[in-house]
Write a protein that binds this ligand. Structure first.
Ligand code: CP
Length: 314
């Protein structure tokens, strides 16, 4: 593996999932990363991604450097040819080249602005690091994708699944803030690579990018979509059509136990952080169907498998 920027960087998904589960079973330190350094830059907040990726790197024997790039670093210019006479003090050309001297792998989190769809879809930050870094780059959640979360979700479904082809429902849920489509995009792309029966449930106006959803059935009736589901993945996202907007909040889409009755005793997943009693009701998060903590635990092994593949260039 050369980079882990989007799911197309995975050459053999089954092998990567097996490797993650093997690392989870072993849960031991290794020498693969000895003498190597992971540098992580966060332009946005994080709990799981930051700590699980750091833990993964340390389990491989790596040194880790973390920077809150939005607060502690120089403001970066990403436009080629820019006349830098305003607030941006450093160009990504120098920043990425310098970081490549200090780090063997660079990992970056940079959320979308959710104002300019075209700009967000150009993935300027992630692609600039890809272009100007001379070491592998990992996407820790970008404008349009969260591939480490998607790998985690694939691992979690693989270890819990009891069927040859489980029904997986990705359902939109309400949220007071406008959130990116990144997690939902990567989850859909990942499920399309797996042997699952995927259905998306969202209210009218919240359809994801059709280039990502493709032929996946999209239902506006959440209750109907949930029928016989084996896995329910709950997530909010802002409108893609009316880009970055909250059209309405639809409290009736909060996942509760009554709705779970429609399912095949489904496991309930969410990437976290989750707003209790807005996105998912307490009774579900505190009940035995919720696997959100196990899912978050798997973030370490997804990151470990990706880092190992990058270090070994496999
Ligand atoms: N799921 C996830 O990416 O969590 P954080 O935002 O806390 O990293």
């Amino acid at each position: 593996m050369k980079n882990y920027i989007d799911l197309s960087d995975i050459s053999d998904l089954e092998k990567l999932i097996s490797e993650s589960l093997k690392l989870k079973a072993e849960n031991s330190a290794a020498e693969t990363g000895k003498g190597k350094t992971l540098g992580m830059l966060f332009f946005n907040p994080s709990l799981r991604t930051r700590l699980s990726t750091e833990k993964a790197a340390r389990l491989l024997g790596m040194e880790v450097m973390v920077m809150n790039a939005d607060k502690d670093g120089w403001a970066l210019e990403f436009e080629d040819g820019a006349i830098m006479d305003s607030t941006k003090a450093e160009h990504i050309k120098e920043a990425a080249a310098v970081l490549s001297q200090y780090c063997d792998v660079i990992a970056v989190r940079a959320f979308p602005g959710l104002i300019d769809k075209h700009k967000d879809e150009s993935e300027q930050v992630m692609n600039s690091f890809r272009k100007y870094a001379s070491v592998p780059v990992i996407n820790l959640e970008s404008a349009t994708g969260h591939p480490l979360q998607a790998l985690t979700d694939a691992i979690t479904i693989t270890e819990l699944n009891k069927k040859s082809k489980p029904k997986v429902v990705l359902t939109w849920a309400p949220h007071p803030k406008a959130l990116p489509q990144s997690v939902a995009n990567s989850f859909v792309s990942m499920m399309k690579k797996m042997n699952v029966d995927l259905v998306i449930a969202n209210p009218d106006g919240y359809d994801l990018n059709p280039e990502i959803t493709g032929e996946t059935p999209v239902m506006n009736d959440q209750k109907k979509a949930l029928e016989n589901a084996d896995f329910v993945y709950v997530k909010n996202w802002s409108s893609y059509d009316q880009y970055g907007k909250i059209l309405y909040t639809k409290e009736s889409w909060t996942l509760n136990n009554e709705k779970l009755k429609q399912t095949n005793n489904a496991k309930v997943m969410h990437c976290l952080p989750v707003r209790r009693n807005v996105v998912i009701a307490d009774e579900v998060l505190d009940g035995e169907n919720s696997v959100v903590i196990q899912e978050a635990g798997n973030r370490t092994y997804a990151a470990q498998a990706v880092l190992k593949a990058l270090l070994e260039n496999k």
